[in-house]
Design a protein around this ligand. Structure first.
Ligand code: S3P
Length: 438
């Protein structure tokens, strides 16, 4: 699908974001190995989280979508999972398909490594280029038997087997890898401990506790004992802060914007974005904080007075892991700041759904903007004029949405090729964007 995006004058109004993608994956997976029913409100609507549900359904978990009326008269769809218990999943006759979702493939592999049957997981073209060695190494130390193309790439053939607990220090900061090891740890004999070089999102740790598992946590370190039964739960997923990022940045670029984003997940391991925006001089307030299912949630209010530009900034070192999904849209914001944006230590960006250093650079250059790329980052000068033009998502949801934001501030209209890629995390993105832009 190609999409035409016209420039916009300002952004205003209120939006409720779709459910958080990271949290939804975890609830889907843990619900499948819990005993009893798990009911999930506001499960992420995107294709990635649907892939997780399709995989667990193929492995024997019950998955139903149940429409329910909320107190304010709206009809929403709860996901209801009938869990099969820690070792109750069954072999799938067909290959499991994780679609575009690295989270599904990596985390599910942890769960499947310790079952007593064989599984094969594949994914789309993009996922087949993404490295799996990072989960295969620790899982092999636990005794897992996993084969991959060139020992690194999907499809993965997993011969379920008895696992033993390990004490593992992650060589790269990755919440997906941490989670794969912790999930395998649930099925392993003894204790499994994972330490990380930098704090990454802790949704798995929180979700495990919600499902009744006993885990021990210290800063950058989590221990789980194998063999613990999980109990089905009623859970609610907060709105996705990584989806909110597109609207926050758009509002900070367009003059006189005034926007409320409601019910957004504000887990402190995810809010590096808000700290970074504040460091550029942005006004983003957190309001109405509360907790749902162990996760912090609240509203965000973002405003921009007149035409004042934000300062420039630099993203490097330990900040990178906490901003990794937001960097494409921060690059757009960077072009509109006073002094631009510098990025370093972010070679992980090159192995996301696309090489996001390259796909950001290609589109920015098409818009007439300047960007210098480096192996691990980029330099983007500030105060640039973007020209409306032909853009490409390259099949990457975050590139599609970041450049929809760029198109709002461009001179002249833009066309985004394969704009439909946004469906991976945010099927209603363009409707929501046109609802709040004038
Ligand atoms: C995620 C972790 C991050 C992030 C991805 C979701 C998760 O990936 O980029 O979108 O849900 O754990 P890495 O673990 O590869 O850093």
């Amino acid at each position: 699908m190609e999409r035409v995006i016209k420039p916009s004058k300002t952004l205003s109004g209120a939006l409720r974001l779709p459910g958080d993608k990271s949290i939804s994956h975890r609830y889907g997976l843990l619900g499948a190995i819990a005993t009893g029913e798990t009911r999930i409100r506001n499960y992420a609507p995107g294709a990635d989280c649907a892939s997780t549900l399709a995989c667990v359904a193929q492995l024997g978990a019950g998955v139903e979508r149940k429409p329910v009326k909320t107190a304010d008269g709206q009809t929403v769809e709860d996901i209801v999972i009938s869990g099969r218990g820690l070792r109750g999943l069954t072999e799938s006759a067909q290959t499991l398909d994780a679609g575009n979702s690295g989270s599904t493939m990596r985390m599910l592999s942890g769960l499947l490594a310790g079952q007593n049957f064989r599984s094969v997981i594949t994914g789309d073209e993009s996922l087949q280029r993404r490295p799996m060695r990072r989960i295969m190494d620790p899982l092999a130390q636990m005794g897992a038997k996993i084969q991959a193309t060139n020992d690194n790439f999907p499809p993965l053939a997993i011969e379920g087997t008895a696992l033993r607990g390990i004490d593992y220090l992650l060589p790269v900061a990755s919440a997906q890898v941490k989670s794969a090891v912790l999930l395998a740890g649930l099925l392993a004999e003894g204790e499994t401990t994972v330490s990380e070089p930098v704090t990454t999102r802790d949704h798995t740790e929180i979700a495990l506790t919600q499902f009744g598992a006993n885990i021990a946590r210290a800063p950058r370190r989590t221990m789980v004992r194998g063999g613990q039964a999980l109990r089905g739960q009623r859970l609610e997923v907060p709105g996705d802060l990584s989806s909110a990022a597109f609207f926050l940045c758009a509002a900070l670029i367009l003059p006189d914007s005034n926007l409320y984003l409601q019910g957004v997940g504000l887990n402190p391991t995810r809010t590096e974005l808000l700290d970074f925006l504040a460091s550029l001089g942005a006004k983003v307030q957190m309001l109405n904080l509360s907790e749902v299912s162990g996760e912090l949630i609240g509203d965000l209010h973002v405003s921009r007075d007149g035409n004042a530009r934000l300062q420039g900034g630099r993203i490097e070192g330990e900040m990178v892991a906490g901003l990794i999904d937001e960097i494409p849209v921060l690059a757009i914001l960077g072009t509109q700041t006073q002094d631009g944006l510098e990025l370093r230590d972010a070679k992980e960006l090159r192995i996301k759904e696309t090489d996001r250093i390259e796909t950001v650079a290609q589109n920015l250059r098409r818009m007439g903007a300047e960007i210098e790329t480096l192996p691990d980052g980029f330099n983007i000068p500030g105060k640039q004029t973007l020209k409306g033009t032909e853009l490409d998502s390259f099949g990457d949801h975050r590139i599609a949405m970041a450049f929809a934001v760029a198109a709002l501030v461009a001179q002249g209209e833009s066309r985004i090729k394969d704009a439909g890629a946004a469906v991976v995390s945010y099927p209603g993105f363009y409707d929501d964007l046109s609802r709040v832009s004038e």
